[in-house]
Design a protein around this ligand. Structure first.
Ligand SMILES: Cc1ncc(COP(=O)(O)O)c(C=O)c1O
Length: 372
């Protein structure tokens, strides 16, 4: 008789009674939007990072859009960014009719390579958009030396710390976090932009709310805006999540260490880079690069047959149909990114992943790679 084991899921948020209670309180307050939880969540988030301001928004994508606008990106501009990211980082540039100019990535950190980014700058470049991919801090000091406005995509990097001790998102540039359900902190959907600049805070607060200034009356708007607001329900969940963020981050770090031990020695398998030079990853996903020559689709299928969820993560943005068609990109432009993107697989990863589940994933992967 075969024993049916429950599938190991790819991601699973940690939500408990405190979140449930917080949502009930908002419902009972009858103030579901534009209420007190929004500034409370913003203040708590900014305090946690040690940055002057935070603006709650409806998603990481919305935050990127508003942060790019606040950095002055306009029609016809170029923004230098990473092709190895979730597609939203490049899409946000296109929202403003600017062009995302990709540059290759560092093969160790998988982040935008500062030297490649510098080489991609032209007289139309108005901003840099480094991504802290998989929670590993991008080399911000190197990008800062290039002297252009910076918007940081920190959607995957809550809890990450730069080598000089600055938390990711606290260097003063517009930095954008995402709170989708697989993130270190979730509000279901949501995001936060941090900044040291009070003018940026004011502009984003207005543009997320249809262009209404804080001192204006209802239905009066003095600039173009959007509905990128985050609800009080979401902010109430975020406030509770912030309180146990350290535990959730520690759970992810523990799961990552368990994977490192369990996956050691598989020939050709590349694990996420270790922290170096004081940089500290804020663990988000555990992505491995399969040995060259193995078939990724077969590997994922065989893992699923063994009750283990996994997925390709991430595809190269410039090779997506839209980017090929609109910007004329072709394979071969960013060889490091393309090599990594073809071999990357995200394994189950969440704070409450047990050692037993890690072991099941590792046994399955060893078996499958021996065969594929
Ligand atoms: C690197 C990166 N950028 C942007 C986003 C977009 O965030 P959201 O899904 O909240 O819009 C994500 C989230 O998945 C992400 O991982």
């Amino acid at each position: 008789m075969s024993v049916h084991l429950e599938e190991v899921p790819l991601a699973r948020p940690v939500l408990g009674e405190a979140e449930e209670q917080a949502v009930i309180e908002v419902l009972r307050s009858r103030q579901l939007s534009l209420g007190p939880r929004v500034p409370a969540f913003e203040r708590a988030f900014a305090a946690r990072l040690g940055v002057a301001h935070a603006c709650a928004v409806s998603s990481g994508t919305a935050g990127l859009h508003l942060a790019l606008r606040a950095a002055g990106v306009r029609d016809g501009d170029e923004v230098v960014t990473s092709p190895f990211s979730f597609v939203a980082s490049a899409n946000a540039v296109v929202f403003e009719r600017a062009r995302p100019v990709f540059a290759d990535i560092d093969p160790r950190t998988l982040n935008l390579d500062p030297a490649a980014a510098a080489a991609a700058i032209t007289d139309r470049t108005t901003a840099l958009l480094p991504v802290h991919i998989f929670g590993y801090p991008a080399d911000l000091p190197a990008f800062e030396r290039l002297g252009l406005p910076i918007v940081e995509d920190a959607c995957e990097a809550l809890g990450a710390v730069h080598g000089d001790g600055t938390p990711v998102g606290a260097r003063g540039h517009g930095a954008v976090f995402g709170f989708y359900a697989n993130k270190q902190l979730t509000t279901g959907e949501g995001g936060m932009v941090t900044t040291a600049d009070s003018a940026v805070k004011e502009r984003i607060d207005s543009e997320r709310n249809q262009g209404r200034a804080p001192d204006m009356s209802w239905l009066d708007h003095d600039r173009l805006g959007f509905n990128y607001r985050l609800s009080d329900i979401a902010c109430a969940i975020g406030l509770v999540q912030l309180e146990h963020l350290d535990d959730m981050l520690a759970g992810r770090a523990r799961a990552a260490a368990a994977y490192r031990a369990a996956l050691a020695g598989i020939e050709g398998l590349e694990l996420p880079c270790e922290d170096t030079a004081g940089d500290r990853r804020g663990w988000f996903v555990f992505v491995v690069q399969l040995p060259r020559g193995s078939d990724r689709d077969d590997t994922i299928r065989a893992l699923r047959e063994r009750g283990v969820q996994s997925k390709p993560y991430l595809p190269a943005i410039h090779l997506m149909t839209y980017y090929r068609e609109v910007f004329g990109h072709r394979p071969g432009e960013f060889p490091v990114c393309e090599d990594v993107a073809e071999r990357s697989v995200a394994l189950p990863f969440f704070p409450e992943l047990t050692d037993g589940q890690v072991e099941r994933v590792a046994v399955a992967l060893r078996e499958v790679l021996g065969r594929c």
